[in-house]
Design a protein around this ligand. Structure first.
Ligand code: CU
Length: 330
């Protein structure tokens, strides 16, 4: 009974790994589907061969016990023919695997893009720029990637410091972001949803807290979002928020962060123009909530030790006003 329950748990865990927001086994786009296709072919072929080989081994052991012991080593010509056929089969399968992966690889980088995005990985967050031939149509955000369904996005990948790796398992395979070099991935999502991306190359202390929130929606929703992102930051809507804005611009915040439409133009940390429209704080380390924001400002080194934002000493009132201001940056 115990064994059965244990087995059931193992199977449940395995199946759980096949779904969810960060699984390459639940492909939500053309590129991940191409990779999944190769994976399915390989895993099923190899499993079949493995079982077949084990079966043959068991049969050989059984025969050795019963027949061969009595008759001595078999010189059956069928044996060498069978061996030859086996070699041909193995070489044939390997060649097929090579062809299948080659074709899948070509599918990963094809297509004419409908939109161009540049992602720059930094220790330990993602800068996301939506590019356009029209400079007035470009905007920058951070730690989230929104994509329209059934459109192909070409994503230029750069690094601001060390090597990182861009990986949204539900949409595509890994691609490194290398200092001084530009890589690219194509993403063609086919299913609405929220997916999780994760830096997949150890890049320092907070490598694990370097997540990317990916949201795929229909094109109209995407366009509405992009239009809002393009706009400058909303003006503070209360007196405390106004005071928060003043604190932000008076202290070190403004030297590291940009809030478009205000004097703050720093480029060290994430663009905060529409910060509160994101779902997480600090690359997935915290939820986008008032309390979490207060905690982050009070001591950024506590939830994300080693990250490159220092604690800025503020009075209690200034700090709470600052939270008001930031939570209003929708
Ligand atoms: Cu990284």
């Amino acid at each position: 009974m115990k064994t059965v329950r244990l087995l059931a748990m193992v199977v449940a865990l395995l199946l759980a790994g096949c779904n969810g927001v960060q699984s390459s086994l639940a492909p939500a786009g053309d590129q991940s589907a191409a990779i999944d296709h190769v994976w399915q072919i390989m895993v099923w072929t190899c499993s079949t061969i493995y079982l077949f080989t084990l079966g043959a081994l068991a049969w050989a052991i059984w025969r050795r016990r019963t027949v061969a012991m009595r008759e001595g080593v078999s010189r059956d010509p069928l044996l060498s023919r069978a061996l030859f056929a086996w070699v041909v089969l193995v070489v044939g399968l390997l060649t097929w695997f090579v062809a299948v992966s080659f074709l899948a690889d070509r599918r990963l980088h094809g297509g004419t893009p409908d939109l161009e995005i540049r992602i720059t990985a930094k220790q330990w967050w993602w800068q996301v720029e939506y590019l356009s031939p029209e400079p007035s149509q470009q905007f920058t955000t951070a730690n989230e990637l929104r994509l329209p369904r059934d459109r192909t996005a070409r994503i230029e990948l750069k690094s601001g410091d060390v090597i990182h790796s861009f990986w949204v398992p539900a949409l595509s395979g890994k691609e490194d972001l290398i200092p001084g070099y530009t890589n690219a991935v194509f993403l063609t999502p086919r299913r609405d949803g929220t997916f999780r991306g994760q830096c997949a190359e150890f890049c320092g202390l907070q490598h694990a807290h370097m997540a990317l929130d990916v949201q795929v929606t229909d094109e109209a929703t995407f366009r509405a979002w992009a239009a809002k992102q393009l706009a400058p930051a909303p003006s503070p809507s209360s007196t405390t928020a106004l005071r928060g804005a003043e604190v932000f611009n008076r202290t070190a915040c403004a030297t590291c962060h940009t809030v478009r439409g205000t004097p703050a133009g720093g480029r060290v940390g994430p663009d905060l123009t529409h910060l509160a429209s994101r779902r997480t704080l600090a690359a997935g380390a915290l939820p986008m909530e008032r309390d979490a924001m207060a905690k982050w400002l009070d001591d950024p080194q506590h939830p994300k030790p080693g990250n490159l934002m220092p604690a800025v000493p503020l009075s209690k009132d200034d700090s709470s006003a600052l939270v008001d201001y930031l939570m209003g940056l929708k």
